[in-house]
Write a protein that binds this ligand. Structure first.
Ligand SMILES: C[S@@+](CC[C@H](N)C(=O)[O-])C[C@H]1O[C@@H](n2cnc3c(N)ncnc32)[C@H](O)[C@@H]1O
Length: 445
């Protein structure tokens, strides 16, 4: 677990360190692959299992060994992609080079490029075996063509085992690293602790965030569905959307957060009291002194407007699962940046969130500034040390300059939570002619 005063002090690993780590990993993995392949090839020939079984059998064996190799390769390719995205390093030089060259491209393209680099390098490592085995077979009587094929099949089986093992161990290492520094959402997130720690009163960060969202919501497309992505157990960012959206879908990774919201919709006893936040939203909208009736009206409008609670996962290419939708408005506050400490992951997650906004639609974002994490009770959750330029670099490709607002707001009052600034962003996408999925009238659930 991170110490409280260490938050913010940990810097991302430099490119130089990433390349050095990749060079070392590349050398070690090449050596390990060579050893595994050679030993396995020699053992298969020496075992005599396939001696005298004929040329055709050797060809079939070689074919089977390629299927195994492909299986092992798919395991290491998946792990290599996760390694690149999580750490910017790879066990393959060519894969890292392809990944870095494609840095500004979409995640799918980067994945393809890094996979192509990886496979090309692995194939290049295979060539000495072919030259050696067939060279020997042609040049001397010591090795027959059949034995050369059996040797290659054995080498492939060794390579398959190596690739599978590499993929498996990389995934385990990444999982440990992910679990090691920060608390886990799946195992350690407590909606009650979060609400008690952050939403007993309106803190400085939320004064700014709600005011910003309320202002930006004036320009969101009216009478169309809106999505709040990574809503947590909270409603305070939903109130500014309620008077403009035709309906609102709320998505979060954790069922327990959505259950908390369902309890508020049902008016369960013990549901969190959001009335101070409703009142503040109305003030931001220009109601000087909201009455109790005004507050109840907005609560009622919000309850009626929420038509779906969705389980989502920003780590997936399709963060909404099977729901194929693009929204006129997407609001995501302290989600993509609160789900990872890695800048590359954050960029990937943000691209996915932007992808949920239909052409002509509005995106509203809030993120923590310049911190490696935030506290919920005594537990530290991650953040990728963002500053305003990270947000600008991220969003400027998607939004015309005149339609993008980014603010870095100091909130020293929040230092005890682990951060002292926030980044607020609003963008309006260019209109296009893409079809918009019809989201109206879908059931709550
Ligand atoms: C700091 S909370 C923010 C909640 C709320 N938006 C707010 O402003 O208070 C971070 C949220 O991100 C969600 N989250 C974590 N991992 C996620 C993932 N892989 N996909 C989607 N949401 C995730 C958590 O469940 C949590 O609700």
């Amino acid at each position: 677990m991170l110490a409280r005063d260490s938050l913010g002090a940990i810097r991302p690993v430099t490119q130089l360190k990433r390349w050095s780590a990749t060079l070392v990993a590349n050398a070690v993995s090449t050596y390990a692959l060579d050893t595994a392949s050679t030993v396995s090839g020699v053992l298969l020939v020496a075992s005599g299992v396939f001696s005298g079984t004929g040329f055709q059998t050797a060809v079939v064996l070689l074919g089977v060994s390629y299927v195994l190799w492909g299986y092992g390769l798919s395991s290491s390719l998946t792990a290599n992609w996760r390694l690149l995205e999580a750490t910017g390093t790879s066990t393959s030089l060519l894969s890292k080079l392809a990944y870095d060259l494609g840095r500004t491209r979409r995640a799918g393209t980067r994945q393809l490029l890094s996979a192509a680099g990886y496979v090309a390098f692995e194939l290049a490592k295979e060539s000495p075996y072919y030259i050696g085995a067939f060279g020997l077979a042609f040049a001397s009587d010591l090795v027959s063509g059949e034995e050369a094929l059996v040797f290659l099949a054995g080498a492939n089986i060794g390579a398959a085992a190596y690739e599978y093992g590499l993929g498996w161990s990389t995934r385990i290492l990444l999982q440990r690293a992910e679990d090691g520094g920060y608390a886990s959402f799946e195992k350690e997130w407590s909606p009650a602790d979060y609400l008690a720690g952050y939403y007993g009163a309106i803190d400085a960060d939320e004064h700014h965030t709600i005011a910003f969202f309320t202002e930006a919501a004036r320009r969101m497309p009216a009478d169309e569905p809106a999505l709040v992505f990574g809503v947590g157990p909270t409603l305070h960012h939903v109130f500014p959307l309620a008077s403009r959206a035709s309906e609102i879908h709320l998505g979060d990774f954790l069922r327990c957060n959505l259950d908390e919201i369902a309890g508020w919709i049902r008016k369960d006893e013990g549901a969190h009291d959001w009335q101070p936040f409703v009142s503040y939203t109305l003030q931001c909208e220009g109601v000087a002194d909201p009455t109790h009736a005004d507050i109840l009206d907005r609560e009622q409008l919000t309850r009626a407007g929420i038509t779906r609670l969705l389980e989502v996962d920003i780590r997936n290419d399709r963060p909404l699962g099977n729901v194929e939708a693009r929204y006129a408005t997407v609001l995501s506050a302290y989600c993509a940046d609160s789900a990872t400490a890695d800048l590359g992951d954050w960029q990937t997650y943000m691209r996915r969130i932007v992808g949920l906004v239909r052409p002509g639609g509005t995106l509203l974002i809030a993120a923590l500034g310049q911190t490696q994490g935030y506290f919920v009770g005594a537990k530290a959750f991650p953040s990728p040390f963002l500053d305003g330029t990270d947000m600008e670099d991220m969003l400027r490709d998607y939004f015309p300059e005149a339609e993008l607002t980014i603010r870095l707001v100091p909130v020293p009052e929040c230092a005890a939570h682990g951060y002292s600034s926030i980044i607020l962003a609003a963008g309006h996408r260019k209109a296009g002619d893409s079809a918009v999925a019809d989201l109206r009238g879908s059931p709550l659930g």
